[in-house]
Ligand binder design. Sequence first.
Ligand code: RIB
Ligand code: CA
Length: 311
Amino acid sequence: MEKIKIILDCDPGHDDAVAILLAACSSQIKLLGISVVSGNQTIEKTSHNTLNICRYFGINVPISKGSPRPLVTEPMICEQVHGESGLDGFDFPNYEEVFDKRNGAELMIDLLTKNKDVTIVTTGPMTNLALALRMKPEISDRIKEIVFMGGSVDNGNVSPAAEFNILVDAEAAHICVNSGIPIKMIGLNITRKVLVTDEIIKKTLALNNKKSIFFAKLMRVFLDNQRKTFNIEGAPLHDPVTIASLIDDSLINFKKMNVEIDISHGSSHGRTNCDVFDYLHAPKNCYVAMDIDVKKFWNILFKCLRSKAHE
Ligand code: RIB
Ligand code: CA
């Protein structure tokens, strides 16, 4: 079966790191390149983290530093969850920082010029994709679909209304959701069901290999920080759900509906208004994840951690 060609745009970030590993280890996915965006931490730190992850596991793909800030609003970071480095909990060897000469949007445009039927996966603010679509609209024809982690059918996680990736750059999300490209939203209503717990960490440590130890060390910090920040027992493992949904298309039930991004700069700025019951009879522009087989997700992740890939 032909591999799914993807470009991953991310802001590592602990859960982004797991998404990179899952994509790289899957025999069903061809990772064409990684564009990095500011989000969980500054662009300097998220790109440094991306490079470390790829060097450590021998993931040889172009890595481009993307936008250092959102299109309109001021940058926001999430140090309380991801720490000062953006990836606290794992010490990498010192690697030479060599990034692709292209910026994030340019990398997307070049890879889409050379490849068609590409899936764009975003697990951070959607700034780079929005910039690429504005710089070269014709790349839309080369994109099979966009799969993004962001938003929520119900409550946010930074404000009552808004989830982090969308709040940080609501204008970029607005551009992407209204691009006319087939687009799938995997929001907090789903990822809050995929929880890293002490038991999960213990199970992965028991595998005792390079990937599982990396995962366990990162998740220890990811869970402890979220316990402190949100007073919750399990840490939602947001980003790898996007990749897992590509590996097994039965993982998630999607419902097509109208999604409008609130860009009003009011108290609900950054909310993904999902018209689940079609009240507005507006164009159905987005496939929204409505349910997930959580057991199946963990089977996919543990299969990755047990694999010999990138050992
Ligand atoms: O709200 C969760 C999302 O914001 C995740 O992608 C996390 O990595 C942060 O980017
Ligand atoms: Ca992320």
